[in-house]
Design a protein around this ligand. Structure first.
Ligand code: GRF
Length: 197
């Protein structure tokens, strides 16, 4: 039985699309639901293009609202891919060990509240870091704080703008997240992995 995965997005969904495109019939993964807190999220169109059911879960949604939709689709595993809201604590508890997030920096650096989008890359450049990258981690009640499961590194170039660095990091996110999900499919649990998984 394939691992039944829900992907939560708030924006364009390029990580969702990369995941959907990367999955093959032998990976043991089925993306069964895409959730967004925004009805206008571009990622919902990506889901529809891939015939994946969608659900809009408003920012005011309760944990029960979340659990009802997750249970209705018999979701085994949850991926946050550009989801910009906190998942209710009861949902994190219910999916502990089966809930991951992709972050566009090398955690534990450059994470936490407010560290999303270009803010992350501005912070990397402002600190003069020589490299950046992406992290997939387990999700806990604190932002970007769970166990680091896998990372991919990219160089920071001297003339980088936040946008240029963001694009370089996004390219490795698109490889890192599918590897994380394939590794999880083997046991049904979020596990340490490498880009080659
Ligand atoms: C990605 O950079 C991800 O790391 C961060 O939000 C962004 C989502 O981009 N959490 P997309 O919606 O997957 O294109």
């Amino acid at each position: 039985m394939p691992l039944r995965v829900a992907v939560c997005i708030s924006g364009r969904g390029s990580n969702l699309e990369a995941l959907l495109r990367s999955l093959g019939p032998t990976d043991g993964v089925s993306v069964v639901l895409v959730i967004s807190n925004r009805a206008d999220a571009g990622g919902l169109a990506v889901a529809r293009d891939h015939d994946v059911p969608t659900a809009v879960v408003a920012n005011t949604a309760t944990a029960d609202d979340w659990l009802r939709v997750l249970e209705a689709h018999r979701v085994d595993f949850v991926v946050l891919a550009g989801f910009l809201r906190k998942v209710p604590a009861e949902v994190i508890a219910q999916y502990r060990g089966r809930l991951i997030n992709v972050h566009p920096a090398l955690l534990p650096d450059h994470g936490g509240p407010g560290m999303y989008g270009l803010n992350v890359h501005r912070a990397v450049l402002a600190r003069g870091d020589l490299e950046s990258g992406a992290t997939v981690h387990g999700v806990t009640e604190q932002y970007d704080d769970g166990p680091i499961l896998g990372q991919a590194r990219v160089p920071v170039r001297p003339d980088d703008t936040p946008e240029a660095l963001a694009a370089r990091v996004l390219a490795v996110e698109h490889r890192l997240l599918p590897a994380a999900v394939r590794a999880a499919a083997r046991t049904g649990r979020a596990v340490p992995f490498t880009l080659n998984d």
